[in-house]
Design a protein around this ligand. Structure first.
Ligand SMILES: [Zn+2]
Length: 317
């Protein structure tokens, strides 16, 4: 039987060794400043070591040798230690070394005494993220789900996601019980304020298209901010006719047993019309949709007891 998690690795992990020294004193961080004032934009790749799309996008931009017309543009390859272990024969294994880099973003943890490979790197990168006005965090997904932006709960996060006009799905959510994500860190998530962070899930981890989406999101952001002009050669922005839809997360379904099963091979962003539709069974308990037109957000492929099996949302605009 084929492993249900099998997915071909179409993408080639780029060699990021040329960016190791960078120019900031922090490994794998390169920062370019313009004379004209403007925002500090951070393009962030490899929060998860097996999500290649962001690294490919940043590599493509760095190779273009582009210079921001205003403000400051910083390229971060985050969990490079995990990425260094990427093995296309076992591509899930390099998500992290010790723990999920994207669950560490609270001052308690960062200032605390606990140690891990990811915490060490997070503490080093912390000042970079704390100095960002805008953060674009590039990720990918296990399932073949349509690209989507996670914009957190702030209005400005939602506005930024809509300002890019792509991807079509925008999900407003408050993160995970298991620890804070980078986009929920500090000023990014404060209701009032100006610092803004969004996370784009660009598609399936290793599909060719996923890297194209990541690069497109970077270009849309930088063009929209008038930090760059459209490169004379190279990537073209594809016209996007799909209207964007905003989904607010209403529920998280936590599995209470290892016997959690979905009723169908959901990949995410399915819209279930009728309230009360059974979408899964958890040790004999029916899991039903709580409202009409319920959106399934990133159902887990392997559900573990105590972990989020799926989040549910409502289309609000
Ligand atoms: Zn990720």
């Amino acid at each position: 039987m084929t492993d249900p998690l099998f997915a071909p690795v179409e993408l080639t992990p780029p060699d990021i060794a040329p960016y190791r020294r960078g120019n900031t004193g922090i490994d794998h961080v390169t920062s370019l400043s313009a004379a004209e004032p403007g925002p500090h934009v951070v393009l962030n790749a490899l929060v998860h070591g097996n999500e290649l799309c962001g690294a490919i996008a940043l590599d493509a931009l760095l190779r273009k040798d582009l210079r921001p017309a205003r403000g400051r543009l910083t390229f971060v390859f985050a969990n490079t230690a995990a990425y260094a272990t990427f093995d296309r024969q076992n591509p899930y294994a390099s998500r992290y070394l010790d723990e999920d880099f994207n669950r560490l973003w609270s001052p308690d943890l960062l200032d605390g005494r606990r140690d891990s490979a990811e915490l060490r790197r997070a503490r080093i990168l912390r000042p970079v993220y704390e100095s960002a006005d805008l953060l674009l965090d590039l990720h990918s997904m296990t399932a073949d789900t349509a690209p989507l932006t996670l914009c957190g709960r702030t209005t400005r996060g939602r506005d930024l996601a809509l300002g890019l006009r792509y991807p079509a799905w925008v999900v407003a959510d408050g993160g995970h019980a298991g620890g804070k994500r980078l986009i929920d860190y500090g000023g990014f998530a404060e209701p009032e304020g100006s610092r803004t962070a969004i996370l784009v899930e660009c598609g399936q981890h290793w599909r060719t298209e996923t890297a194209t989406v990541a690069l497109e999101c970077c270009l849309r952001l930088l063009l929209g901010l008038e930090m760059i002009g459209l490169p004379a050669t190279g990537p073209r922005l594809r016209p996007r006719a799909d209207p964007q839809r905003v989904v607010e997360v209403t529920d998280a379904i936590t599995a209470s047993s290892e016997r959690f099963r979905f009723t169908a091979p959901f990949v995410g962003m399915e819209v279930i019309g009728r309230a009360g539709t059974v979408i899964g069974w958890d040790d004999g308990r029916a899991i039903q949709t709580p409202h009409d037109d319920c959106v399934l957000i990133m159902p887990a492929r392997r559900v573990k007891s105590g972990q989020t099996a799926v989040r549910l949302g409502r289309i609000v605009g």
